[in-house]
Write a protein that binds this ligand. Sequence first.
Ligand code: CP3
Length: 360
Amino acid sequence: MTDGAERFLAATRRQPTDATPVWFMRQAGRSLPQYRALRERFSFLELATNSDLSVDVTCLPVEILGVDAAVVFADIMLPLQGMAVDFEIREEVGPVIAQPIRSERQVRELRVVEAEEATPYLFPTIRAARERLGRRAALVGFGAAPFTLACYLVEGQGSRDYPHVRALIHSEPQIWDRLMTTLTEVLSRYLIAQAEAGADVVQLFDSWVGVLDRATFVRHVAPYLQALIERLRPKLPVVYFSTASGHLLDALTATGPDGLSVDWRLPLGQAWELVGPQRFIQGNLDPALVLAPWPVLKSGAQEVLREAARRPGHIFNLGHGVLPDSNPDQLRRLVELVHEWGPSAGDSSISQGRLGQQAI
Ligand code: CP3
C-alpha cells in the first residue's frame, strides 16, 4: 500500500519523494455522487456535526480518487458556533450571517470559548479519521485565516470584493483590531485542538485576502496572521492558502508559514521566486481545466509539473477548490498522471527534517 502520508509529509519538509503528492481542496464535496447522496438525507451542518458521517466523507476521496491527503470534513464557519454568532449555510449562496458584525458592541459580545466547547463533534472526527487513514494518507486540518473569517462576519456573506470590510479597516481601526484579535485567539484554539486530535498539517484558508492592497495587508492583517502562525508552528506544519494574491506573495511568506498554496494566476516557477526556496508550495492547476476534455486537462497538469521542475517540496493541488460540476473520473486520472510523473528531488541541505528547516 502506498505510504501517501509519508509522501505528503516529506514534501512539507522539502525532502525527496517517490512521486509528487497530490490532493484537492474541496475534494470531499459535491463533485462526488456518494456525497450528493448523503446530502439528500442531511443538511451540510447535520453532516459536519455528525462525527460518524464526517469520518466517512473525509476518507471517501482517498478511497475513490487515490489522493495522498484527506481534508477533515468541516467548514471555516464552524468556530462561529462557539462565538454566539448566528449563521446558516444557504444553498447556492454559501455562508450567511444573520447580523453582520460592524459595531464595537457586537465585537465585544463575541464569545471566546475552548474549541472542545465550540465544536465538540470535530475532534472525535479527527481522531477517528487519523486512525482509519493509517499511513495511506495524511490528514489536513484547516480553518480560516483571521481576515477571511472577518470578511464573512463583517460583510454578512460572500462578496466580490468585500467593500464593508475594506471601509471598516480604515474608518474604525480599533474595532477592526479588536475583531482580529478575537478571531486570532479563537482560531488558534480551534487549530491547536485539531493538531492535538491528530491532524498532520493545518491549512489556513485566506481565500479573499487578494482584495487588499499591500499596505493595508501589511499594517492591518499581517500581524494577526503572523501571531496565529507562530502559535501553530511548534505543533505542526502550517500551509497558507490564498487566491489572486500575487501582489502580496512575498509579504504573505514573511508571516512565516511552512508552505504556501497558490492559485493559477502565476506560473509556479514565478510564484517560487517570490516565496523563496525555503517553503514548500502547493498548487496550482486552474480548477476550470477539470471541466475540460481529458487532453486539455492533461496538458495543463503537465505544464504545472514542468513549472515545479522536480523542486523539493511540491504538493500538487488545484489553485482553488474542486468545482461542483467536476467529474470524479477526471480527478482520478489526474491523480494517476501526477503520481506517474516520477520522483521529485530533495533539498539535501535540509535533509535533517523540520528542525533543520527551522535552523536555516
Ligand atoms: O473537501 C472538502 O470539501 C473539505 C471540507 C471543506 C468545506 N469547506 C466543506 C463545505 C473545506 C476545506 C471548506 C473551506 C471553505 N469553506 C472555504 C475556503 C476554501 C475556498 O473555497 O475558498 C470557504 C470560503 C468556505 C465557506 C463556505 N462554506 C462556502 C463559500 C460554502 C458554499 C460553497 C459551495 O460550494 O456551495 C460553504 C459550504 C460548504 N462547505 C460545502 C462543503 C462541502 C457545500 C455544502 C453543500 O453540501 O451544499
